[in-house]
Design a protein around this ligand. Structure first.
Ligand code: NDP
Length: 300
């Protein structure tokens, strides 16, 4: 089975658009997401543009603030401070990666946790790890939404996550291990220091891979009947494509797809879910801030 992230994300966005239209019919302002983009790196530009397009489709207001690649950390922190106190801003994201002279941790920690719709702030990471409500990162939450949507069994199953980044691997491992439904998995978190990786991946009922190495997970590393979430997105040169490249996941898709129970394609799997979930988080921030008088609940 193909886990069709594109289709599910379209449904989520259409649903959000209906809700926002109803909430703003009386002239109440819509949710507002601000993205700060430092420099003009191609992939970051593409991701921010996709997020802004999704905002438009949901009926949100969106703003992209572009800063020169040489901007000082101090200037960036001042901008974040002013956006934190701007009552017309509900969600605030700073597109990563940042140039090397800027400390990513300082920047993330400066964002108001109640506007941190990326779920990267230590307060939200802490909330996630103890299982209390907060903003959950868009990619990990998007994977959980796919699990829920397709009714994939997790309780008591063995989930193996390859990659331990703060934005994907670690929060996915946390979510899958929570005493919750979906969740309650036995989780193994693998990384570049894991000897004999295949020994672990072959044991996985649910395999999540977030490495960034195209074709890295081969068929002999996957248990027949496993459910595979391929988070990796790498641009590989392709002269036949209009852009000169195409996107590839971590998984050797053609070999793995026939022997697994379900798999996310790249593109069209986890990527679109990330964008749709960011939109859900932005609406959640808007409702939490009480920007609108309505019957909607923040986590609804
Ligand atoms: P990072 O580079 O931060 O993390 C990669 C992880 O892979 C690290 O934990 C690293 O281990 C691990 N790793 C590297 N080599 C191996 C190996 N040989 N064996 C086992 N583990 C290994 O990347 P991100 O988590 O930010 O992103 C991962 C991929 O997911 C990228 O392709 C990125 O583009 C994509 N991505 C996709 C998103 C989506 O919406 N679909 C969203 C975010 C990212 P170690 O910690 O030891 O270095």
């Amino acid at each position: 089975m193909i886990l069709d992230g594109r289709k599910i994300s379209e449904q989520i966005i259409a649903d959000l658009a209906v809700r926002v239209a109803a909430m703003t019919a009386d002239g109440t302002r819509p949710p507002h997401l601000v993205a700060v983009l430092v420099g003009n790196e191609g992939a970051s530009e593409t991701y921010v543009a996709a997020k802004m397009r999704a905002c438009e489709r949901c009926g949100f207001t969106s703003t992209t603030l572009r800063l020169d690649v040489d901007v000082t950390e101090e200037h960036l922190l001042q901008l974040i401070e002013s956006l934190n106190s701007d009552t017309a801003v509900d969600g605030l994201i700073v597109q990563l990666p940042l140039p090397p002279h800027i400390d990513e941790h300082h920047v993330i920690a400066a964002i108001d946790p109640d506007k941190d719709v990326d779920g990267f702030h230590p307060t939200n990471v802490g909330r996630l790890s103890i299982g209390v409500p907060g903003f959950v990162g868009a990619t990990p939450k998007g994977i959980m939404t796919l699990i829920e949507h397709y009714g994939i069994a997790t309780d008591g199953h063995h989930a193996v996550v390859v990659g331990r980044s703060n934005i994907v691997g670690r929060p996915v491992a946390t979510l899958l291990s929570l005493k919750a439904a979906p969740g309650n998995c036995t989780v193994t978190l693998c990384h570049s220091g894991t000897p004999d990786l295949a020994r672990f991946t072959r044991e996985a009922d649910i395999l999540v891979t977030a490495v960034g190495n195209p074709g890295f997970i081969t068929a002999d590393m996957v248990k027949p009947g496993a459910v595979v979430f391929d988070v990796g997105i790498t641009r590989v040169p392709d002269p036949t494509s209009r852009t000169g490249y195409r996107l590839r996941g971590d998984v050797d898709y053609d070999a793995v797809e026939p022997m697994c129970a379900a798999i996310t394609p790249v593109p069209g799997g986890v990527g679109p879910m990330t964008i749709a979930t960011l939109m859900q988080n932005t609406l959640q921030a808007y409702l939490r801030r009480g920007a609108v008088e309505c019957n909607e609940t923040p986590d609804g």
